[in-house]
Ligand binder design. Structure first.
Ligand code: FES
Length: 172
């Protein structure tokens, strides 16, 4: 860290305020007021402390293949343990729902079962399936999750999570 030293100019000394035969200023604070000011200010430096907030990198594989047969991939990142997958997708304007879900989803309340995603990679960076998921995804592959129930990270871990959007629409 480096410092910038700022010497402010010496103020002109005001006339001594004395009364009668008193040779001393009325207030001793005039001594400190007339001293040059010395201040230190931290400046930009390459030695700034590194932020240690763990982050999760996410990749979202699009539900439909492009003309070249490849699935589009969108990327995002999130502070570990801070947000639900549904919120991260909404923040990044990534469509989560199929046609029915767009119209009938419960807004993240865990009562519609339409916010399905597939966790392709990074399952260990997410919370365990909730009771709501156990109910709605009982007969679905274990890699499927409800985005409104899925917390991305646990505040301490970091890594990469790969999500398949609308796995129920993906042709095998
Ligand atoms: S949005 Fe309804 S269960 Fe997730």
């Amino acid at each position: 860290m480096s410092f910038a030293v700022n010497f402010s100019p010496l103020p002109l000394r005001s006339p001594e305020t004395t009364t009668g035969g008193n040779k001393f200023p009325k207030s001793t604070s005039s001594f400190t007021r007339n001293r040059p000011m010395l201040s230190f200010a931290a400046t930009n430096s390459t030695e700034e402390p590194q932020t240690t907030t763990p982050e999760i990198e996410l990749e979202f594989i699009g539900p439909k293949a492009g003309g070249d047969g490849k699935y589009p991939v969108d990327r995002a990142s999130a502070v570990s343990g801070e947000k639900l997958l549904r919120t991260i997708m909404a923040d990044n304007k990534l469509e989560l729902y199929g046609t029915y879900g767009k119209l009938m989803n419960c807004g993240g309340g865990g009562s519609c079962g339409t916010c399905i995603v597939e966790v392709v990679e990074g399952k260990e960076l997410l919370n365990e399936r909730t009771n709501t998921e156990l109910k709605y995804l009982k007969k679905k592959p274990e890699s499927w999750r409800l985005a409104c129930q899925t917390i991305v990270g646990n505040k301490e871990n970091s890594g990469k999570v790969v999500i398949q959007r609308l796995p129920q629409q993906k042709k095998k």
